[in-house]
Design a protein around this ligand. Structure first.
Ligand code: UD1
Ligand code: CA
Length: 452
C-alpha cells in the first residue's frame, strides 16, 4: 500500500508573538516541523508534501531536503483548502494528513491509524479531552458509528458536551480525496474550507470512519503559544528520559535531564542532575556523568567519567578516561584510554595518549601528547601568533613542569622534561631537560619599602 503524507504548516501562529514562523519554533532544539517530518519519514511514504504559507521562504530554507516537496498555500482558507493545494502531487493509495505544529505524534500511533485505511474505510485519530473547547467534536450515532465532525464554533450546545475531540490527523483512501475536497464549502461559522467536512461526505458515500485514540493528549497537542511549546518540550524530555531508563541508564532525576539531539546509550550508565546532551552523543557502557554537564556531539567510551560542570563539544573520551570537574573539551579533543583531565583544563584539537594527564589549569590547543605524558599545572600551548595556528607535539612519558609555556610550532621528544616556568621556544630532544627561565638571584639584606 503506497502512502502520501501531507503536512499542514501554512498558518501564522500569531500567539507565538515571534518573527519566526510558528512551525520553526523548536522542541529540543529541532523545529516542530522537523519532528513531524522525521516521524513522517519513518513511515516510508512515497511522498511528503509540506503545505507552507506564512514565512514560507524561511520554512523552506530551514528544512529543504530532497525527499520533501513544498506546496504554497498563498491564502489560508482552511485545512481542507490547504490539503487541496497538494492534490496535484498526490497519487498514492492512502493520504495521511499531519500538522507542522503537532510535533510529538508517534510513529506507532500513525501505523495503527494507517492500518485502518482501505478502499471503503478511513482512519481518524481522536482524543478524549477533559476540556474540548476549541476542538472539532466527533459526532457518533446511537450505535457509536462516526457520522461527522462538527467544529466547536459550529457546534450546538449538546454537541459541545462531547468530549471526544478531533486531533486533525486522518488517513484516507487517496482516490476519493479530490472528489471530497472539490465539494467542500466555506459556509460555516469561520468561513473556511474545513478538512473535517470530509468525514460526513465519506459517510454519505458509504464509507466507514474507523477511529484510533491517541495514547495521551500531549501526543496530539499543537503549540499555539510559548506556554504550550514549553509543555511539549517538557513532555518530550520525559519521553526520552523514560526511553533511556528503559535501556539501562540511571537518571538521578529524570525531570532534570535534557536531550536536544540524538543519544545512543549503553547499559549501566549513570547520569546526575542538570545534564544536557546535544547533537549526536554516544555513551557506552558504565559511563558516569556528574551534575551540570553539557555534552555535545561527543563519544564517551566504556567506563569514561565526566565529573561535575564539564563542557564537552566534539570530543571523544577513551575507555576509562576521566575529565573534570570544570573541564572543557572543545572540538577535536581525543582522550586516550585512562587519560585524565582535571579542573580548569581546556583542550581544543588536542589528542592525549593513553594514560596521559593534564590535572590542573591548562590550555592545550592543536597538540599531540604521547602516552603517559604528564602536563603540569598552568601549562599553556601558545598555538596562535595572532595570524596562524601551530602544533605542539610531545612524545611519550614527557614531563612538563608547572606553568610552562610551549611556543608552537614545537616538538618535545620521548621522556623530555621542562623545568617549571619555562618558556619553550625550540624543540627539546628525547631524554633531555629544557629550562627556559631567568636564573634566580637572591639579594641579601634587601629592605622592604616602608609606608611614608
Ligand atoms: C483543526 C480542526 C479541528 C481540530 C483541531 C485540532 C479543521 C477545520 N478543524 O481546528 O477539528 O479539533 O484542528 O487542533 O480542520 N492550516 C493551514 N492552512 C489553512 C488552515 C490551517 O496550513 O488554511 C494549518 C495551521 O497552520 C495549523 C493546522 O492547519 O497547523 C490547523 O489549523 P487551525 O486553523 O488551527 O485549525 P483548528 O481551528 O485548530
Ligand atoms: Ca489549532
Amino acid at each position: 500500500m503506497s502512502l502520501d503524507i501531507v503536512i499542514l504548516a501554512a498558518g501564522q501562529g500569531t500567539r507565538m508573538r515571534s518573527a519566526l514562523p510558528k512551525v520553526l519554533h523548536p522542541v529540543a532544539d529541532k523545529p516542530m516541523l522537523g519532528h513531524v517530518i522525521d516521524t513522517a519519514r519513518r513511515l516510508q511514504p512515497s511522498s511528503i508534501q509540506v503545505v507552507i504559507g506564512h514565512g514560507a521562504d524561511k520554512v523552506r530554507e530551514r528544512l529543504a531536503a530532497d525527499d520533501l516537496n513544498f506546496v504554497i498555500q498563498a491564502e489560508q482558507l482552511g485545512t481542507g483548502h490547504a490539503v487541496a493545494q497538494a492534490l496535484p502531487q498526490l497519487g498514492a493509495d492512502t493520504v495521511l494528513v499531519l500538522y507542522g505544529d503537532v510535533p510529538l505524534i508517534e510513529t506507532a500511533t500513525l501505523e495503527r491509524l494507517l492500518a485502518l485505511v482501505s478502499d471503503n474505510q478511513l482512519g481518524l485519530l481522536t482524543v478524549e479531552l477533559a476540556d474540548p473547547t476549541g476542538y472539532g467534536r466527533i459526532v457518533r450515532d446511537t450505535d457509536g458509528v462516526v457520522q461527522a465532525i462538527v467544529e466547536h464554533k459550529d457546534a450546538s450546545e449538546a454537541q459541545r458536551q462531547i468530549r471526544e475531540g478531533n486531533t486533525g490527523i486522518l488517513a484516507v483512501p487517496g482516490k476519493r480525496l479530490a472528489d471530497w475536497l472539490g465539494r467542500l464549502s466555506n459556509s460555516n461559522a469561520q468561513g473556511e474550507y474545513y478538512l473535517t467536512d470530509v468525514i460526513a461526505m465519506a459517510v454519505a458515500d458509504g464509507l466507514t470512519v474507523a477511529t484510533e485514540r491517541a495514547a495521551d493528549e500531549m501526543e496530539v497537542l499543537g503549540a499555539n503559544d510559548r506556554i504550550q511549546l514549553a509543555q511539549l518540550e517538557c513532555h518530550y524530555q520525559h519521553r526520552i528520559a523514560r526511553r533511556l531508563m528503559a535501556q539501562g541508564v540511571t537518571l538521578r532525576d529524570p525531570h532534570r535531564f535534557d536531550v536536544r539531539g540524538e543519544v545512543n546509550v549503553g547499559r549501566d550508565v549513570t547520569i546526575d542532575i542538570n545534564v544536557i546532551l546535544e547533537g549526536k552523543v554516544v555513551i557506552e557502557d558504565d559511563v558516569q556523568i556528574g551534575p551540570n554537564c553539557v555534552i555535545k556531539d561527543s563519544v564517551l567510551r566504556k567506563g569514561a567519567i565526566v565529573k561535575a560542570n564539564s563542557h564537552l563539544d566534539g570530543a571523544e573520551m577513551g575507555e576509562g578516561a576521566d575529565c573534570g570537574p570544570f573541564a572543557r573539551l572543545r572540538p577535536g579533543t581525543k582522550l586516550g584510554a585512562k587519560a585524565h583531565v582535571g579542573n580548569f583544563v581546556e583542550l581544543k584539537n588536542a589528542v592525549l595518549g593513553e594514560g596521559a594527564k593534564a590535572g590542573h589549569l591548562s590550555y592545550l590547543g592543536d597538540a599531540e601528547i604521547g602516552a603517559r605524558t604528564n602536563i603540569g599545572a598552568g601549562t599553556i600551548t601558545c598555538n596562535y601568533d595572532g595570524a596562524n595556528k601551530f602544533r605542539t607535539v610531545m612524545g611519550e612519558d614527557v614531563f612538563i613542569g608547572s606553568n610552562s609555556a610551549l611556543v608552537a610550532p614545537v616538538t618535545l621528544g620521548d621522556r623530555a622534561t621542562t623545568g617549571a616556568g619555562s618558556v619553550v621556544t625550540s624543540d627539546v630532544p628525547a631524554d633531555t631537560l629544557a629550562v627556559g627561565r631567568a636564573k634566580q638571584r637572591n639579594i641579601e639584606g634587601w629592605k622592604r619599602p616602608t609606608k611614608k
